[in-house]
Every structure is written in structure tokens, then in C-alpha cells.
Write a protein that binds this ligand. Structure first.
Ligand code: GLN
Length: 304
């Protein structure tokens, strides 16, 4: 398969459509990025890397980090699921509070902010230096050392974290938060502020396409049944209230972030990362989603 020509074709087709969206200005630092950047990187299960456009430029991974914290939680604390975080799509925006009240402070899934805050809380209880543990875990699955945190984005998000603090406080009132709200917000915004390129992200996502194995380093990160569950969550919850639409158009498990990145996998074949900062009203990358739709249509493959 000539993946290189395919992604170049897709990149070009999307570029000439002139699609526009909005930068994530609720985190002021994210509204300062050049909106015209657009990269695609595909990594096949043999470890061949195909990239085009801005695929080696780093960007804020934001909620894509929730896949990595979920993966950490999966390896060490499976009992958290259902008891403290559910595994159902929310059909609501990523930072919504409404379901929490009706559902006793148990978030619908680990990819909405409420669910990711519970996972971060559990990681803080488990590791003496949670920032370092999360950072090292992501480096180890990407087999990449250079994954910096952007301190400006971190500070910007901390300074505008009222909504996430509200979610955490509300869950604490139901007894579903153990650590201090300040500490949880600090660690959560830290992992959201990590920066990766499409190439690094596609390398990290390869474990979800390859039964828990990376071909770039020796470690076997997770067993196949855990990978099955994480992929199911990505498919049903990875794009919040646009998860159904993404499954309909693209048909791959994936995860987006308000930095404009999207990571997705076709199990047994490849992982792919697309980045373009302008977002639609659901907080997902406009060009990222279009690129994946065209790519899976051209390939004639998806989960289905
Ligand atoms: N850090 C962002 C927030 O909490 C992540 C949201 C996202 O990428 N969807 O609002």
C-alpha cells in the first residue's frame, strides 16, 4: 500500500477545500497558534512512518492525553471502572456538568473532563510524583524522549480552570474525589499541556493498533483485552457529542483534543495522527476529521 501518496493526496484535497473553524480561545494561549498548520502522519504495524505537511511540528495534545492516562489506569487499577467512572457515551460536550448530578457524581466515561479528572485523581493516589509518572509513561509508549510540557499553556489553562474545578468539586461532594482539587487540576492541566508532533502521536498510538505492542521499542505495554476496551471507549466516547458522527464518517477508534490533534487506529493495520488547530463547535479539528473521512473512504477500510 502506497500510504505516502495517499496521505499527500488527502492533505492536498482537504487543503483546497478551505475549511475553517475556531481556535480554542477558552484557553487563551491556544488561540495564539498559527491556524493554518496541518500535518498527517501514518505509522503501519511494521513501523514504517509516512508523513506530510506539518507532521513533525509539536502541538498541545490536550484531551488526547486522556487516552494515555486511561491506559496507565488500565494497567494498574482496573477496579476504578464502573465504580468511579462509567464506560458509556455521554452525548454531551466534553466539559458538561449536567449528567453528574443525575448520576451521583460518577462520570459517564474517562474521556469527558469529569472522567479524566477522576482518572487523574486515582493516578495521584497511586504515584508519589504523578506528573513524572504520566510524562514517563507517554515517553515510553511513544518511544520518544523529547515530549515537552508547554509551561505557557499550562499556566494559561490553570488560570482558566473554573469549569474543571467545578466538575472536580461537584464530584468531591459525592465522595468520588480523594485528593485536593488544586492538586488534581495541576496534574490534569499538566498532562493536557504536553506537546507532541503527529509523528510522535502516531508512534504512541501504534500500541492501540498493534495489540499493545510498540514496534519502536521492546516493551509490551498492555494485553489485547485491555486494548480492545480502550479502543471501544475511543470509538464510542472519543469525540464527545460528535462520537457517533465520527464513527459514521470515519469508522475508526480515535481521540481528539482542543489543540486540534486527532489520533486514530485501524487495528492490525496502522495508527494515524492528524493535526490542524481550527475546531468545529464540538471542539474537534475541522480538517483533522475531514482528512480521516477522506482517507478511510479512499482506502475502503475501517472497523466496519
Ligand atoms: N484541557 C482541556 C480542558 O480541560 C481539554 C479539553 C479537550 O481537549 N477537549 O478543557
Amino acid at each position: 500500500m502506497d500510504y505516502q501518496s495517499l496521505i499527500e493526496e488527502v492533505h492536498h484535497e482537504v487543503e483546497v477545500m478551505g475549511l475553517r473553524g475556531q481556535l480554542a480561545n477558552y484557553i487563551p494561549e491556544l488561540s495564539l497558534v498559527d491556524p493554518n498548520q496541518f500535518g498527517i502522519c501514518l505509522v503501519d504495524c511494521k513501523g514504517n512512518i509516512y508523513g506530510t505537511g506539518d507532521y513533525q511540528k509539536s502541538f498541545s495534545i490536550q484531551s488526547i492525553s486522556k487516552v494515555f492516562t486511561l491506559t496507565m489506569a488500565f494497567s494498574v487499577m482496573k477496579d476504578i471502572f464502573r465504580k468511579r467512572v462509567n464506560v458509556e457515551p455521554s452525548g454531551n460536550p466534553f466539559n458538561s456538568l449536567v449528567q453528574l448530578e443525575q448520576e451521583d457524581g460518577i462520570p459517564r466515561n474517562p474521556f469527558i473532563n469529569a472522567g479524566a479528572l477522576v482518572i487523574t485523581d486515582a493516578i495521584i493516589s497511586q504515584y508519589p510524583d504523578p506528573e513524572k509518572a504520566i510524562h514517563n509513561f507517554i515517553r515510553s509508549i511513544a518511544c520518544e524522549v523529547q515530549i515537552p510540557v508547554n509551561p505557557l499553556v499550562h499556566q494559561s489553562e490553570l488560570a482558566h480552570s473554573s469549569r474543571n474545578r467545578a466538575l472536580a468539586n461537584f464530584m468531591k461532594s459525592f465522595g468520588n474525589i480523594d485528593n485536593s482539587i488544586d492538586r488534581i487540576i495541576e496534574v490534569y492541566t499538566y498532562h493536557c499541556s504536553l506537546e507532541m508532533s503527529c509523528e510522535q502521536l502516531a508512534k504512541a498510538f501504534l500500541i492501540y493498533a498493534n495489540d499493545g505492542h510498540s514496534v519502536f521499542c521492546e516493551d509490551h505495554i498492555l494485553d489485547g483485552s485491555s486494548i480492545k476496551r480502550i479502543n471501544a471507549l475511543m470509538l464510542t466516547c472519543g469525540f464527545y457529542d460528535e462520537a457517533g458522527d465520527f464513527a459514521y464518517k470515519v469508522g475508526l477508534p480515535g481521540k481528539s483534543g482542543v489543540g486540534g490533534g486527532v489520533g486514530a487506529v485501524l487495528p492490525g493495520r496502522f495508527s494515524i495522527a492528524v493535526w490542524s488547530p481550527e475546531l468545529n463547535t464540538k471542539g474537534n479539528s475541522v480538517k483533522g476529521i475531514k482528512a480521516l473521512e477522506i482517507l478511510t473512504d479512499k482506502l475502503g477500510v475501517s472497523l466496519f
